[in-house]
Design a protein around this ligand. Structure first.
Ligand code: FAD
Ligand code: MLT
Ligand code: ZN
Length: 482
């Protein structure tokens, strides 16, 4: 399929220069003649695992410019990779070969915000954290939050259907995204940028682009429902003797905190040591941690600090002294007493990905399995490759049944990869789990999709891809198996 696509030529770059100012084009080809080094950050992914050889990065500012670029590429059969903040973890945001990179970072305007409904309409290139900052004075928040917030873009979030740290409370983007504007591979603009909560007018086409990872079109505008900011928030950090008590802690947290629980995150001792070793930070004193093997970060978001505190106190009471007379479910805990402490407890959890990246080359597995299988699954991976790598860490979003296993190696090798894949996917399939809970399929997993999707579903996915992109120019080689 890739062989039917054309290589970029100077005449293409010349044409792009009629659509965009030259300052919005990076290219090694004439008439731009830039240096290849300038393109490196766009060709290489966040982990340094996937590296492309694009000779041209385009940074359009408007939907019309995106449309003109796509029309040209469609006519000329030139492959295109849409790119947001390039924080994706499955190699979807960088070229496999020399595709043109369509980077959305110059499309970063808020279009409208309605403080009554809380509906925000913005360009796809807005950075997630900037949107949160915009909403702050309006006392609203984005319905999603993730460690990459400072770089990832809302269009990238939509295109990966990013989950993150608040999904437990506010649900997935399939629910909160109300409308999208999308430039199709042939350059036509699909305007579904509505701000309606209810709209049962036939097929809900926008859903196809949520999680399509740039394989069906370029998302240029997003309409999203933002919740009111909570009046009170608290972070609760708990050290557990072992993972065995975690399901009980989770159930107790849901019962006691009920409507105010907004996150329930887990990480193992290896993850704790990794972050603490990397940043020097401690979530609890060493003496309080002892030989705790599992850690939990719970967040509450409510309307009344006193009322919320009472619920948290009742929870802690039960965790220290379970009603059935069993041993304490936790060794120790810390409650955030200020906004700074709240932020630093979260920074500890959000710091795992960065600490892993600083420690070596990371193989990332992002799976859905039953919570009761989190530790078994991580341990099976440890047994299989532990002797070949620096560390294996397990952490994740318990509330969503989503486990992250990071295998940290000195360097990426075929030998390690072959030990891990398809081994992990077979384990996942044995639980009818998902081989990608939230990061997507990208370049990493199309050939493994069958572990989570049946043949009929894969066949329909191929047909949908064909329908939107019969020339195969949109992010080729990603998501859909060849
Ligand atoms: P990119 O990486 O640029 O692109 C991702 C994919 O979307 C690519 O296939 C790309 O082609 C496509 N794409 C991007 N923009 C568009 C567009 N406008 N139109 C069409 N296609 C587009 N993910 C989670 O789900 N939960 C987490 O908690 C989480 N935490 C993270 C923490 C860190 C430190 C890092 C580095 C990553 C994390 N991720 C997480 C993964 C990643 O941040 C998300 O997938 C994010 O949504 C990607 O956004 P981006 O703008 O960086 O997209
Ligand atoms: C997280 O939960 O921290 C993110 O998904 C990133 C990662 O898995 O590394
Ligand atoms: Zn995650």
């Amino acid at each position: 399929k890739l062989s039917t696509l054309n290589k970029l030529e100077p005449k293409d770059v010349e044409h792009f220069a009629t659509i965009l100012p030259k300052t919005s084009i990076l290219s090694t080809l004439p008439p731009i003649h830039g240096s290849a080094d300038d393109l490196d950050p766009f060709n290489s992914d966040w982990m340094g695992k996937y590296v492309g050889q694009s000779q041209c990065v385009l940074k359009p500012r408007t939907t019309e410019e995106v449309s003109k670029i796509m029309k040209w590429c469609w006519e000329r059969r030139i492959p295109v990779v849409p790119q947001g903040g390039n924080t994706g973890l499955v190699g979807g945001s960088v070229p496999i070969g020399s595709e043109v990179i369509l980077n959305l970072s110059n499309m970063n305007k808020i279009r409208t915000f309605d403080p009554i409904s809380g509906i925000l309409v913005c360009d796809a290139g807005c950075i997630l954290e900037s949107l949160s900052e915009f909403l702050d004075p309006h006392k609203h928040i984005m319905p999603l939050d993730l460690g990459a917030k400072g770089s990832c873009q809302i269009g990238g979030n939509v295109s990966t259907n990013a989950g993150g740290l608040r999904l437990l409370r506010y649900g997935s983007l399939h629910g909160t995204v109300l409308g999208l504007e999308v430039v199709l591979p042939d350059g036509r603009v699909m305007d579904q940028l509505t701000t309606l909560r209810k709209d049962n007018t036939g097929y809900d086409l926008k859903q196809l682009f949520i999680g399509a990872e740039g394989t069906l079109g370029v998302v240029t505008g997003v309409s999203i429902l933002t919740p009111a900011a909570p009046m009170a928030q608290q972070a609760i950090f708990l050290a557990l003797p072992s993972f065995a008590t975690l399901p009980k802690v989770y159930r107790a947290a849901k019962r006691h905190l009920s409507e105010i629980i907004s996150a329930f995150e887990y990480f193992d001792r290896q993850s704790y040591n990794l972050v603490s070793g990397h940043t020097g930070a401690k979530a609890l004193e060493d003496s309080e941690i002892g030989d705790s093997q599992a850690f939990v970060l719970i967040e509450t978001s409510g309307g009344d600090a006193n009322h919320d505190q009472e619920k948290v106190n009742n929870l802690l009471e039960e965790l220290y002294e379970p009603a059935d007379g069993e041993e304490a479910l936790i060794n120790s805990g810390a409650l955030s007493q200020s906004a700074d402490q709240f932020a630093s407890l979260w920074a500890f959890r959000e710091g795992i990905a960065e600490a892993a990246g600083k420690s070596g080359k990371v193989y990332k597995y992002d799976i859905s399995v039953p919570v009761s299988e989190f530790v078994n699954t991580t341990n099976r991976v440890r047994e299989r490759v532990g002797h070949k790598v620096k560390e294996v860490v397990g952490y994740g979003h318990v509330g969503d049944g989503n486990l992250h296993i990071n295998v940290i190696a000195e360097t990426y090798t075929k030998e390690i990869e072959e030990l891990l894949e398809p081994f992990i996917y077979e384990v996942v399939a044995s639980h009818r789990g998902s081989i990608s809970a939230e990061h997507g399929i990208g370049k990493m997993k199309p050939q493994h999709l069958h572990y989570s999707k049946d043949a009929v579903s894969i066949d329909l996915m191929k047909k949908i891809k064909q329908l939107f992109d019969e020339r195969g120019i949109m992010n080729p080689g990603k998501v859909v198996p060849m």
